[in-house]
Design a protein around this ligand. Structure first.
Ligand code: AMP
Length: 147
């Protein structure tokens, strides 16, 4: 029985994103689900408090282009037909929620470091996505690559 028909996979495009591939593919295959893959770029102006005395448009465009290339390479590795690849500029959690709503997704998949203590208090993307999500959220435990 298909439980999920539209899945949103959110990736930060770090090496750890690869750890989401196998479970996402298996769930998508088992449900014959439509898969959207999303990467959110936080605007440079956010990082500098919106108070930068220069035009960051060109740099932002380059970041966007770089992210599109990386996301496309990531989508290839999924080895499952990706319905839609999205690179969006904005606030990560809000854009994940917005995309899930726009695409009428019934499952969001994100990575989770299983942080505890102070790191947990400071928050994680998985936690923030869970709060206010319009559908189920699967937080797949990821591990930091050994150095
Ligand atoms: P974090 O708690 O920020 O280390 O991120 C955990 C998970 O949140 C990642 O594995 C992704 O699934 C998701 N995530 C974090 N940042 C982004 C981003 N910029 N775009 C899309 N998903 C993200």
């Amino acid at each position: 029985m298909a439980v999920y028909s539209k899945i949103l996979l959110a990736v930060d495009l770090s090496e750890e994103s690869d750890q989401l591939i196998e479970k996402t593919r298996t769930i998508a295959q088992n449900n014959h689900a439509e898969l959207t893959v999303l990467h959110v770029i936080e605007p440079l102006s956010f990082a500098y408090g919106g108070d930068v005395p220069m035009d960051l448009t060109t740099v932002q465009d380059q970041l966007d282009e770089h992210a599109r290339i990386k996301l496309s390479a990531f989508a290839e590795k999924l080895n499952y037909p990706v319905e839609s690849q999205q690179v969006i500029t904005g606030h990560t959690e809000s854009e994940i929620h917005r995309m899930a709503e726009d695409k009428e997704c019934d499952l969001i998949i994100v990575g989770s470091h299983g942080r505890h203590g102070l790191a947990l208090l400071l928050g994680s993307t998985a936690n923030s996505v869970l709060h206010g999500a319009p559908c189920d959220v699967l937080a797949v435990r990821v591990y930091e690559p050994e150095t």
